[in-house]
Structures are given as structure tokens and as C-alpha cells.
Write a protein that binds this ligand. Sequence first.
Ligand SMILES: [Zn+2]
Ligand SMILES: [Zn+2]
Length: 123
Amino acid sequence: MQCPKCLFDMEVIDYKGIEIDRCTECFGMWFDHLEREDLKSLEGADEIDIGDEFVGARYNEILDVPCPKCKVKMNHVLHTEPFEIKFESCPQCHGAYFDAGEFKDYMEDEIFEQFQDIVRHIQ
Ligand SMILES: [Zn+2]
Ligand SMILES: [Zn+2]
């Protein structure tokens, strides 16, 4: 699969049975149909988010991003209160794209709760 942001190839990595596509260049990550259930298993999965957050922050400025699977324009999800949570979500397949460094932040306990709620609401 091709990274929707930098257009390099993404590789499939497996974390506790959950398949995650990670870009070999910018290290952005793609989750197929992100489920609340899956998120629970992903707790502590911050080690898979190995990219440079400064690179991620730069790619996060790209707002017009097509879903790597269905090619429809993804929604830019942004919540600022009480924590800043941002990622791209596909309205069609409900996949989610995280720039490098973003996902790791949400795996911290307090933010994790908020993050789970947001994921539930966008589905
Ligand atoms: Zn990339
Ligand atoms: Zn899609």
C-alpha cells in the first residue's frame, strides 16, 4: 500500500494480531477500521510509533489526504479539549491515519480515554 502523505511504500507490521501499515519513509501509520476493541489491545503499543514527531508534524499540515484504500478524501479529526488529538479518518472504510509521533501521544493513560471516546463517535 502507498502512503497517502509521502507516497512511499507502507509495510505491514503485526502487533498482538492487529495489522498496522507503517510508512517506510515518514513512518505514518494506517489502521484498518479502527475499533475500540482493537485500541484496548494496542495499549502500550507506543513502541510501534517509531517516527520522528517533527517529521510527523510537517506531514500533519497536509490536509487534503486521500484514503490509501478507497481514495476518498479523509476527514481531518481534531479535538483540542482537554487534550489535542488529531488524525485522519476515512468516512467510507473508517480507517485512520496517524502521522509519526501522534499515535504514541494518545497511548498515555489520560489521553487514551479521550481517544477511545473520539474513535467511538466517528464510527
Ligand atoms: Zn509516508
Ligand atoms: Zn477508506
